[in-house]
Write a protein that binds this ligand. Structure first.
Ligand code: ZN
Length: 319
């Protein structure tokens, strides 16, 4: 892209600033106890202000409220979104970035602010606009632009109950600095993101580096568990050892991660939950076959393999 083309491209993207993604849309359901109850259960949030009517009646509010962080939940679309949405300013902006090679996408921040509480019976209206687009920036992931959507949530009186800012980086994957010349003048090839190794799981990854997949076993009741954690869920014993998996198993569930394409990862990787013959589950890639050939219940055999210069992982092949 020469300077004139870049200018034309930037004129086009910056024209999106201020455009509406969703016009003010009332949530399909009023704020209600069943959704609050399910949300609080999933989040493990036991604040009595949300569910305990007797407690709330005696509180300064005099009634239960919805968890402020649920704000975004009220207007969520249902499963019809899997069939696609009609184009809007955000999807048009993303398509414009993609067309010019900015195909990488990374959600970088979400910031919510809360101004007013809502209670069962209130109705939340959601509006989203493209609030700002940064200047062209070079980041560790590649060169691109940050764009931020601003969602504003209002109640039935028109009062703003909160806002949410969501920032996304759209970038050109192959231009990331990791692909730039290394010290010896050669090209450094991007690798997968390194596993996070802490006191509870470092031993498991260290074994993978040595070509073994271990399964943690409770010393007290012999129950196997994965992923690694300090305490047995059955008997609460903190004493454990491990056994080595035979890496025979079957596909319990699987998907293909087609988008976004992340530098350092194969294109369209098949990610699966493998039920190991020993009984525990393991998330790993299925390789050596096409996505169309994978099925639930398919028998697989694992191998611990070096998948790039810095990464060793168990991968599963059709048995
Ligand atoms: Zn146990």
């Amino acid at each position: 892209m020469n300077a004139d083309e870049l200018q034309a491209f930037e004129d086009e993207i910056y024209a999106f600033v201020g455009q509406e993604v969703y016009p003010p849309t009332p949530a399909p359901d009023d704020v209600n106890m069943p959704m609050i109850r399910q949300w609080a259960e999933i989040m493990g949030d036991t604040n009595p202000a949300y569910l305990d009517a007797d407690w709330a009646a005696n509180s300064s509010r005099g009634r239960t409220i919805a968890p402020p962080a649920m704000m975004y939940a009220w207007g969520q679309e249902g499963f019809q979104v899997t069939k696609g949405r009609s184009p809007n300013a955000q999807s048009n902006l993303v398509a414009l970035f993609n067309k010019h090679g900015y195909t990488g996408v990374l959600g970088t921040n979400v910031k919510q602010e809360y101004f007013k509480e809502v209670s069962p019976g209130d109705n939340v209206t959601i509006q989203m606009v493209i609030d700002n687009i940064s200047e062209r920036k070079t980041t560790s992931r590649g060169t691109g632009y940050f764009f931020e959507t601003l969602s504003t949530f209002t109640d039935q009186h028109g009062d703003v109950i909160g806002t949410q800012r969501f920032k996304v980086l759209k970038f050109i994957p192959q231009e990331q600095p990791a692909a730039a010349a290394s010290a010896d003048g050669g090209l450094e090839v991007p690798t997968r993101i390194a596993s996070v190794r802490g006191p509870d799981n470092g031993w498991w990854w260290d074994a993978v580096d040595e070509g073994k997949v271990l399964i943690q076993r409770c010393k007290s009741c012999q129950t196997l568990r994965h992923p690694p954690r300090p305490m047995c869920g059955e008997c609460q014993s903190m004493e454990w050892d491990s056994i080595e998996s035979t890496l025979k198993g079957e596909v319990l569930s699987y998907t293909c991660v087609r988008y976004p394409h992340v530098p350092g990862y194969p294109k369209d990787p098949i990610c699966a939950v493998i039920k190991l013959a020993e009984g525990t589950n393991l998330v790993a890639n299925v390789v050596g076959c096409e996505y169309e050939d994978v099925s639930i219940g398919m028998q697989v055999t694992g191998k611990v393999e070096q998948v790039d210069e810095k990464t060793t992982l168990p991968q599963f092949y059709p048995a």
